[in-house]
Design a protein around this ligand. Structure first.
Ligand SMILES: Cc1cc2nc3c(=O)[nH]c(=O)nc-3n(C[C@H](O)[C@H](O)[C@H](O)COP(=O)(O)OP(=O)(O)OC[C@H]3O[C@@H](n4cnc5c(N)ncnc54)[C@H](O)[C@@H]3O)c2cc1C
Length: 185
């Protein structure tokens, strides 16, 4: 491909544009065309009052971007544009949240992350189950709870001094932090 064209917003203007670009440049192999939109479908605004009045079923009158992309040779990426870096020709998409406001992660990251987290969780649970009663039997309850308190202190120090604050940050910002090898946000 010679060019990579990204259009943000598949509205009245954007959808028409990518459809034409897809049918011409992308189909002939001269450019890669991608549409980005925060929604999966688009409703032509002049129809809004009919939807509001209940005389029109919005779901039957909205072009679906995935279908439109497939039929017209462009790619569709769900996401909301939140940053544009003109110098480096980069755009950044906002995190995609589910209905509860939790950030959705790509399946690749989620499956790897969950595998590691569950493995560690099970290993720790097995370790505690294995040492708890023998330690209590030999040294008493106070010893085992001092050990647990020590683990909590180690965890607190690690989290406080070595892990960055991730609240309100995107996955890209967190990834950039660890890529830089910094120890504090
Ligand atoms: C109630 C109403 C009635 C109208 N009636 C008429 C009419 O009769 N005749 C007429 O000519 N015009 C009419 N208009 C105006 C017309 O709808 C707009 O001029 C036209 O839709 C503008 O097109 P657009 O492509 O610029 O934006 P829009 O059609 O608004 O599309 C914007 C798209 O961008 C997406 N988007 C927005 N922000 C982001 C982001 N950060 N990242 C990714 N995607 C994003 C949105 O999801 C949307 O799909 C009406 C408008 C309204 C609101």
């Amino acid at each position: 491909m010679s060019y990579r064209i990204v259009v943000a917003g598949g509205g009245a203007g954007g959808l028409e544009l990518v459809t034409r670009l897809g049918r011409t440049l992308r189909k002939s192999g001269r450019a890669d065309v991608t549409l980005i939109d925060g929604q999966m479908t688009y409703l032509w605004k002049p129809l809004l009052h009919e939807v509001a009045a209940g005389s029109l079923d919005a779901a039957r009158n909205e072009p679906n971007f995935v279908a439109q992309a497939k039929w017209n040779h462009f790619a569709f990426q769900l996401g909301t544009l939140c940053e544009l870096d003109r110098n480096n020709r980069l755009i950044q998409l906002a995190p995609i949240l589910d209905d509860l406001g939790t950030e959705l992660m790509p399946t690749r990251i989620r499956s790897n992350g969950m595998s590691v987290a569950l493995l560690i969780n099970q290993a720790v649970s097995t370790g505690i189950a294995g040492i708890f009663l023998p330690t209590v039997g030999r040294f008493g309850y106070s010893t085992i709870f001092f050990i647990f308190a020590g683990c909590t202190v180690v965890y607190f120090v690690t989290a406080f001094f070595f892990l960055p604050e991730t609240k309100g940050k995107t996955l890209e910002e967190i990834e950039a932090h660890f890529s830089r090898g910094q120890t504090k946000a």
